[in-house]
Design a protein around this ligand. Structure first.
Ligand code: ZN
Ligand code: ZN
Length: 470
């Protein structure tokens, strides 16, 4: 017995007889259609074409930039061109951050420039000071108040490579929390080894935050080779650095979540949500982060929409190109707010926002009565080399806010072994995507969305009492 079949047998045993009356199930006809969708997706290049179009015609699309508006126009037109039944937008407002110029320079006898970039959310300014190196965030957080007066804090942590991207948690916390810790110790500037796994001379950007009540300081990240260089210089003796950033917050901006729907056959008001985020950082063209997610899910919806009407799933497939994920899940939060009273009509959701590598695992935490149907989806995904993780949860960033209100959520885990070689760098470009791996992603999303949209019964979406009053 194959692994998924064995797990499915277990799930069936679990879901009955106690819950036999309302166990969620998927019909045989739907399973057959899902198999056809899977094969069609593997033969098609719609996902690739969408990613190519977005990254080429719009290019980099920093939230709030001129390209943000072009991306919204692009997404509306692309949904329409792909035959979506309904296309609509939802306003998303947020503070606008701009990057204009940046340089980091070693002063004194070893004078030289280092390749660095401002962290998103950093203020502009020029600071000079002696570097104080910390091996990790905890040691910076332990620095006594005033101990870094007039100095620049440097956190020199090396992120580890992993298929599931598990090294990113610690590395991204250095980016989001390091600057505030540096300010508390009195530092006038902040620099870090990039949260990345490559050895290219590309610094990795990403959002940072400053705790309330602190006066923000210029904060930047070094490419990994430049961080190694700085560390070698520090081994020789004290190093003074000049960080000069011209960037910062500049007013408010209103972008849009762009939403395309394939209307369901019999329960059009109930939706399966899939999507990716439309914004990107500014140096690359945001191919893996996250044109891939937009392309994968737009193509999956398109494939389902191309079925004969009688084979349409019962529920609506709602594909969302989320606004401004990068600077704080603004699109995901706006969507969740707008749907807070509509949780039960959200059958389940999933987001693609981890590059374009092949999907290797499917996971969702659902009630026992829905495990059988989840197992059927896993069976349909298995020919794609996808394993069912019965103990996993998994939920993408922009669907996180509505999942926290009670929407059921699934994760289709992508191989992220090389994701952090390119993530948030100038190297995040189309050539890093393998078209066949992208098609495998489209196949998986089409199968997942179709079967969950046609299931008889639910996956446990229900408003969470603790969240209901918020
Ligand atoms: Zn992303
Ligand atoms: Zn990102």
């Amino acid at each position: 017995m194959r692994r998924t079949a064995l797990l499915l047998a277990l799930a069936v045993a679990l879901s009955g007889p106690l819950h036999a009356q309302h166990a969620t199930k998927i019909g045989n006809a739907a399973m057959t259609t899902a198999g056809k969708l899977r094969e069609q997706a593997l033969q098609a290049d719609t996902g690739w074409k969408v990613v190519e179009s977005l990254t080429t015609e719009v290019g980099p699309r920093l939230a709030g930039s001129e390209a943000d508006a072009r991306a919204v126009t692009w997404a509306i037109a692309k949904f329409k061109a792909l035959g979506y039944d309904k296309v609509w937008t939802q306003p998303v407002s947020f503070p606008r951050w701009e990057r204009r110029s940046e340089s980091v320079h070693v002063l004194g006898g070893s004078s030289q420039s280092l390749h660095a970039t401002a962290l998103g959310g950093s203020p502009g300014g020029t600071v000079e000071g002696e570097i104080v190196r910390f091996a990790d965030l905890a040691s910076l957080e332990a620095a006594p108040a005033g101990s870094l007066a007039g100095k620049i804090a440097y956190v020199d942590h090396t992120m580890s490579r992993a298929r599931d991207g598990s090294g990113y948690g610690a590395a991204s916390r250095i980016r989001t929390r390091g600057p505030s810790a540096a300010i508390r110790a009195g530092a006038t500037g902040y620099i870090m080894r990039s949260a990345g796994t490559d050895l290219h001379r590309n610094p990795h950007t990403g959002i940072t935050r400053f705790d309330e009540g602190l006066a923000p300081i210029p904060a930047a990240s070094l490419s990994l080779p430049d961080a190694q260089q700085l560390t070698r210089l520090l081994d020789i003796g004290p190093v003074r650095l000049r960080i000069a950033l011209d960037c910062g917050w500049n007013g408010e901006y209103t972008s849009q979540n762009v939403i395309g729907e394939i209307t369901g056959r019999s329960k059009p008001n109930e939706v399966v949500v899939i999507g990716g985020h439309l914004d990107s950082w500014d140096q690359g063209t945001g191919a893996i982060d996250d044109a891939a997610g937009v392309g994968i899910t737009m193509a999956a919806g398109h494939l389902i929409g191309s079925l004969p009407k009688a084979q349409r799933p019962a529920r609506t497939i709602r594909v969302i190109a989320f606004a401004n994920e990068e600077q704080g899940l603004h699109g995901g939060v706006a969507y969740a707010k707008s749907q807070a009273g509509n949780i039960r009509n959200h059958q389940i959701g999933a987001e693609s926002d981890f590059g374009a590598g092949r999907i290797y695992a499917f996971q969702s935490k659902v009630p026992d009565y829905a495990k059988q149907a989840l197992g059927q989806i896993a069976m349909a995904l298995e020919p794609l080399g996808i394993e069912w993780r019965t103990d996993g949860e998994g939920c993408g960033p922009d669907v996180g806010p509505i999942a926290s209100l009670g929407m059921a959520c699934a994760g289709l885990a992508q191989d992220g072994t090389d994701y952090f070689d390119y993530h948030h760098t100038p190297d995040d470009t189309l050539d890093k995507i393998d078209p066949q791996a992208l098609a495998q992603n489209v196949a998986a999303y089409a199968v997942f969305a179709y079967l969950s949209a046609d299931a008889q019964g639910d996956f446990g979406s229900a408003p969470k009492p603790a969240e209901a009053g918020k």
